[in-house]
Design a protein around this ligand. Structure first.
Ligand code: CP3
Length: 356
C-alpha cells in the first residue's frame, strides 16, 4: 500500500506531536456542494450513489478538491446495515430515511437476514478500495458505522423520529428484546467495521447520533456497552487492532468519563460541551474531536474565524485535537464559508504545536 503523505489526523488521534491541528468535517461530502448535487442526480438517487463505487469515490473526493482536509470519509450511510438485514431502506423526498419493515417483536428479530459484510455489503467494500486507490496516500480514509442504539432507533421506529416513542417503550418495557436486537447489531457492526478496515479504512468512527436521547443509566446499558463490545472485538483481532476508533455520541457531554473508558482512541464532542473542560476531564486518556456548532457556518467568515480561534485556544497547546464540527454540515451552508473555516484552522493552529 502507498505510504501516507499526510498523517496529521492519525497522529493527533494517538496524541503524537503534529505541526498543526488536523481538520475534517462530518458530512463533508454532501448537498451543500453543487458538484455533489450534480453527481447525485447523475446516479439517480442517494442509494444508487452509495452503491456505485466510482460515483461514491467521486463524491468522497469532491470536498478534498476544494479544501485542504486532513482526512477523507467514505461516502455511504449508516442505514446500509439495517438495509442488508432486510428492512428495505428508501428515501422519501424531504422526509428522510424510511424502512418498509420494522423490528418490534422477537418474530421480527428472527426474520432478519444473517449477513456477512464482505458479501452483503460488498458494495461498501468496493467503494473503500476504489477510494483508497484514488487517494493514493493523499490523506487517510475514515470508515464508519452507526452505533447499535442509533441503528435500532431507525429499525424500531421505521425511520427518523422526534420522540423515540416506540424504541424507548421497547427498551423500558422489553429490555430483553432490546438487548437481543442490540447484540445482533453489535455483531453485525463489528463485522462491518472489520471488513471496512480489511478493505482499506485507516480509522473508523462510530456515529452514536441518538445516544444523547437516553438517560444516564440507559445510555450505559443500551448504547455505550455495545460500542465497547465492538471496540473490544476490533482490538482482539490482529487484522484490525491498529486502526483507531472514534466514538461520537451527540449529546454525550455529561458522560465523558465513561465514554473515555470505552476503548476508543478518539472521542467526538458536540458544541454544547466546552472543549477545554473536556480536555481537562479526559484529555490524558483520549484524543478529542470537534466541536464548532455547524450553524456557525451560516454566520459571516469573520465570525467563523473568531469561533475557530476560540475553540483552538480552548483546547490549548499540544496534540490530541482533531478539529471538526460538533455534528454534520447542513445543506444550506455556503461552500465559501467552509473555505473560511478550514483556512482559519490552518492559519491559527500551528502556534499551538510549537515547542511542545
Ligand atoms: O460524512 C460524510 O461525508 C460521509 C457520508 C455520510 C452520510 N450519512 C451521507 C448522507 C455519513 C457519515 C452519514 C451518516 C448518517 N446517516 C448518520 C449519522 C451521522 C449524523 O449525522 O449524526 C445518520 C443519522 C444517517 C441517516 C440519514 N441518512 C439521514 C438522517 C439522512 C438525511 C435525510 C435528509 O434528507 O436530510 C440521510 C441521507 C444522507 N446521508 C445524505 C447524505 C449526503 C443526504 C442524501 C441526499 O443526497 O439527498
Amino acid at each position: 500500500m502507498t505510504e501516507l503523505k499526510n498523517d496529521r489526523f492519525l497522529r493527533a488521534l494517538q496524541r503524537q506531536p503534529v505541526d498543526q491541528t488536523p481538520i475534517w468535517m462530518m458530512r463533508q461530502a454532501g448537498r451543500y456542494l453543487p458538484e455533489y448535487r450534480a453527481t447525485r442526480q447523475q446516479a439517480g438517487s442517494f442509494l444508487d450513489l452509495c452503491k456505485n463505487a466510482e460515483l461514491a469515490c467521486e463524491v468522497t473526493m469532491q470536498p478534498l478538491r476544494r479544501y485542504p482536509m486532513d482526512a477523507a470519509i467514505l461516502f455511504s450511510d449508516i442505514l446500509t446495515v439495517p438495509d442488508a438485514l432486510g428492512l428495505g431502506l428508501y428515501f422519501e423526498e424531504g422526509e428522510g430515511p424510511r424502512f418498509h419493515k420494522t423490528v418490534r417483536s422477537e418474530a421480527d428479530l428472527a426474520g432478519l437476514n444473517s449477513i456477512k459484510a464482505d458479501d452483503d455489503l460488498g458494495y461498501v467494500m468496493n467503494a473503500v478500495r476504489t477510494i483508497r486507490t484514488e487517494l493514493n496516500g493523499l490523506v487517510p480514509l475514515i470508515g464508519f458505522t452507526g452505533s447499535p442504539w442509533t441503528l435500532a432507533t431507525y429499525m424500531v421506529e421505521g425511520g427518523s423520529s422526534k420522540d423515540f416513542a416506540q424504541v424507548k417503550a421497547m427498551a423500558y418495557d422489553k429490555p430483553e428484546l432490546m438487548h437481543n436486537l442490540l447484540s445482533l447489531l453489535a455483531d453485525a457492526v463489528a463485522d462491518y467495521l472489520a471488513a471496512q478496515i480489511r478493505a482499506g479504512a485507516q480509522a473508523v468512527q462510530i456515529f452514536d447520533t441518538w445516544g444523547g436521547s437516553l438517560s444516564a443509566a440507559a445510555y450505559q446499558e443500551f448504547s455505550l456497552k455495545y460500542m465497547q463490545q465492538i471496540i473490544a472485538r476490533l482490538q482482539a483481532d490482529p487484522a484490525t487492532r491498529a486502526v483507531p476508533v472514534i466514538v461520537f455520541t451527540k449529546g454525550g457531554g455529561q458522560w465523558l468519563n465513561a465514554i473515555a473508558d470505552c476503548g476508543a482512541q478518539g472521542v467526538g464532542i458536540d458544541w454544547t460541551t466546552e472543549i477545554g473542560a473536556a480536555r481537562a476531564q479526559i484529555g490524558n486518556r483520549v484524543a478529542l474531536q470537534g466541536n464548532m456548532d455547524p450553524s456557525m457556518l451560516y454566520a459571516s467568515p469573520a465570525r467563523i474565524r473568531e469561533e475557530v480561534a476560540s475553540i483552538l485556544a480552548g483546547y490549548g497547546h499540544g496534540s490530541g485535537h482533531v478539529f471538526n464540527l460538533g455534528h454534520g454540515i447542513t445543506p444550506g451552508v455556503n461552500p465559501d464559508h467552509v473555505t473560511a473555516f478550514v483556512d482559519a484552522v490552518r492559519e491559527f493552529s500551528p502556534q499551538y504545536h510549537q515547542g511542545v
